[in-house]
Design a protein around this ligand. Structure first.
Ligand code: PEP
Ligand code: MN
Length: 337
């Protein structure tokens, strides 16, 4: 339920409303916006009488929110959420480019790639230390050592780092990470989401392989309902009957999520298409559709990559793609960084 307050409501009348609401078992989120002041009520509001709220001096309107996601809902928070990720912001109208290898493999690999993506204009560095692989016999990531190497790459390049968590048991290892990624396979690992809700750090939440947009928003709700409001949603392609691509890039998810939610949206053209040749066109489509950030896999030597070799760009090709990304951002009136 949302309560829209009158612009000139007195503090006294707002306090009176709050004491009425305190009698119910609901959490009150107060949002002071440029155009509207709103109270969002989360919890069981079914027995709250709308008429009696409307009778309060400070209340302009009361609406029931039908959607099951509340904190993530744009009705609760009409203005875009802006998330601080180290020295960059996601969601403030700029475009952030998160680039780097699928997996952190060695010091030389991550540092070389980090320096190259920075040179080409990336604003954040990605790299997996804990890898969710389909086969237990495939490379599983350097784990703690991978995180140390990412931190080293950040100290050299200044790029904030994004890396994936797979288990809440590892959360302490992520204390010095700028953005914690939840991969597609863990989008509905609800215990992990709840644990991340108690951390004061941005979370990049990727859409599950076969999950709806509403399910993605409900997963964001798990994090937000525990307190952490810093969630970035990521469209990374979904499973369909198409076999020519690794997944099918759901470009309509980008504007739809932005209509339904105030959270920023990232697009991952690498895992969506699974083909280096699709990264440029999918990146451009995502920018035009309104993405706040792109996550692109780049490896200093993709042919020797320990994971996702077929979809990682060389630094030289990434630099070419960045030129087109810059042009598309300019066309959309956005600036990178
Ligand atoms: C990744 O970003 O490295 C990754 C594993 O992506 P996803 O979870 O989208 O498959
Ligand atoms: Mn990958």
């Amino acid at each position: 339920m949302i309560i829209i307050l009158k612009q000139n409501a007195s503090q006294e009348s707002i306090d009176r409303l709050r004491s009425v609401l305190d009698k119910h078992d609901v959490k009150i989120n107060e949002i002071t916006g440029a155009h509207k002041n709103i109270m969002g009520l989360v919890g069981d509001t079914s027995h709250i009488d709308i008429e009696s709220l409307m009778a309060q001096d400070c209340v302009e309107n009361v609406q029931r929110v039908q959607e099951p996601y509340k904190n993530a809902n744009r009705k609760f928070h009409p203005e875009d959420t802006v998330i601080d990720c180290g020295n960059v912001k996601i969601g403030n109208g700029s475009l952030q480019i998160i680039a780097g290898p699928c997996s952190v493999e060695s010091e030389e690999q991550i540092i070389t790639t980090a320096v190259a993506v920075k040179e080409a204009g990336a604003t954040m560095l990605r790299g997996g230390a804990f890898k969710p692989r389909t086969s237990p016999y495939s490379f599983q990531g350097l784990r703690e050592k991978g995180i140390e190497l990412l931190i080293k790459a950040r100290s050299i390049t200044g790029l904030p780092i994004v890396t994936e968590i797979m288990s809440a048991a590892d959360i302490d290892l992520f204390a010095d990470i700028d953005v914690i990624q939840v991969g597609a396979r863990n989008m509905q690992n609800f215990e992990l989401l709840k644990a991340l809700g108690r951390v004061n750090k941005p979370v990049l939440l990727k859409r599950g392989l076969a999950n709806t947009i509403e399910e993605l928003l409900m997963s964001a709700e798990y994090i937000m309902s525990e307190g952490n409001q810093q969630v970035i949603l990521c469209e990374r392609g979904i499973r369909t009957f198409e076999t020519m691509t690794r997944n099918t890039f759901d470009v309509s998810a980008i504007p739809l999520i932005k209509q339904k939610s105030h959270l920023p949206v990232c697009a991952d053209p690498s895992h969506a298409g699974g083909l280096t040749s699709l990264i440029e066109p999918l990146s451009l489509a995502a920018i035009v559709a309104g993405a706040d950030a792109l996550e692109i896999e780049v490896h200093n030597d993709p042919r020797s990559a320990l994971s996702d070799g077929g979809q990682q760009l060389t630094p030289a090709r990434f630099a070419e793609v960045m030129e087109k990304i810059n042009a598309a951002a300019k066309f959309m009136g956005r600036s990178i960084g």
